[in-house]
Design a protein around this ligand. Sequence first.
Ligand SMILES: Cc1cc2nc3c(=O)[nH]c(=O)nc-3n(C[C@H](O)[C@H](O)[C@H](O)COP(=O)(O)OP(=O)(O)OC[C@H]3O[C@@H](n4cnc5c(N)ncnc54)[C@H](O)[C@@H]3O)c2cc1C
Length: 401
Amino acid sequence: MGDATEDRVWRDFDLLAPTPEHALLADTLREFVEREVEPQAADHDRREAFNQALFRQAGELGLLGVTIPEAYGGSGLDAVAAVQVMEALSTSDPGFGLAVLAHSILFAQNFYVNASEEQHRRVLPKACSGEWIGGMCMTEPEVGTDVLALRTRAERKGDGYELTGTKTFITNGGVDAETLGDVFIVYARTGEREISSFLVEKGMPGFQLGQKWTDKLGMRSSFTAELVFDAVPVSPANRIGAEGEGTTHMMRNLEIERLVLAAQATGIAKRCLQVMIDYAGERRAFGKPLREHGQIQRYIAETYAEYRAARTYVYDTARRLDLGRTGQRVDADGTKLFASQVGKRAADAAIQVLGGNGYMGEYVVQRLWRDAKLLEIGGGTLEAHHKNMTKDLARDPSLVG
Ligand SMILES: Cc1cc2nc3c(=O)[nH]c(=O)nc-3n(C[C@H](O)[C@H](O)[C@H](O)COP(=O)(O)OP(=O)(O)OC[C@H]3O[C@@H](n4cnc5c(N)ncnc54)[C@H](O)[C@@H]3O)c2cc1C
């Protein structure tokens, strides 16, 4: 090591809040979650309702455009900040977190990286404030993991396009059962082997809400819908990037998407740990607190070690992730593969430690257990991560280090 100052800098480095801006964001998030998110979470889960007023408040705090430059109304921060936001929201209301994620990362961050300056100026300020609610449309009724086989097509009509097809399971597709979201990135085929990206806006003729997915297992405070495109006319001004660039846009954005979904899982694990540690101290069985029983200690200790491992992997990957570039897929997939299972196991352990109380809807761990399952499916299934990671590691064995 170098001199004492260098040694100090190295030892004081905080992976979870590496700069003063990250430390400030952590404080803002703590207060927002405690005061505003937590009091509404159980009710919105029960009613399967998206909280639009809370979404606007998140916009006022800069959380809806956390990675977008300040010139467009964003916070101008990095992937670590995006992870902080998703982790903090998910300690309380992962469903609301998913709505923020679909908007700020799947839509806004994706749009910022791939759209033109003119498109940025028109769309991003309204997206960052929460005036417009955005989403990203990749999945179709017949096509999920095998996304490059998508069928929605954009055919040339005059100097523009006509968009036809159906997208499903779209987070923020609707704000409620009657109201469409405002702006969407839609991937559509513009040739036999060519996919392009389009900006589709509420009010375009032929663009409508299809099935509203109610009675979801979890993430019930985000709204999930099918979106139907019935010969929607799209002007060239609404094409994002050049024709045929859609696959690259999609793959680029999937890296940050998977990382922030992994952060949702570490948020869930964190809350589950807090709940089970408290409960095991208060509840007694056989004349002593639960936490003095070895089998309960195992749930707590194993969960803690897994949570710390997942969190370190997530933040370390975020620190190295260069937003807007591809090339870190193995760890984007790896963090989600690992953390999503840690999140689900943590929620399961917490229910076990709480016994019958854990099973009941009054306790947060039951809701977190339901929410955690989505993270093994959405944004890439566990099996998709296995496939991608094995391919990447075979191509470049030096990734192992
Ligand atoms: C709540 C929720 C919100 C969502 N939000 C969005 C959104 O905002 N935008 C969007 O575009 N999509 C969204 N999705 C869709 C999500 O990304 C897909 O569900 C996911 O990619 C899996 O696709 P699928 O459901 O069609 O499953 P399928 O692809 O049909 O997979 C079914 C099973 O087969 C397995 N499988 C498939 N191919 C292989 C293979 N080659 N090898 C081994 N196993 C395989 C899968 O791993 C899985 O276990 C959302 C989904 C949910 C549930």
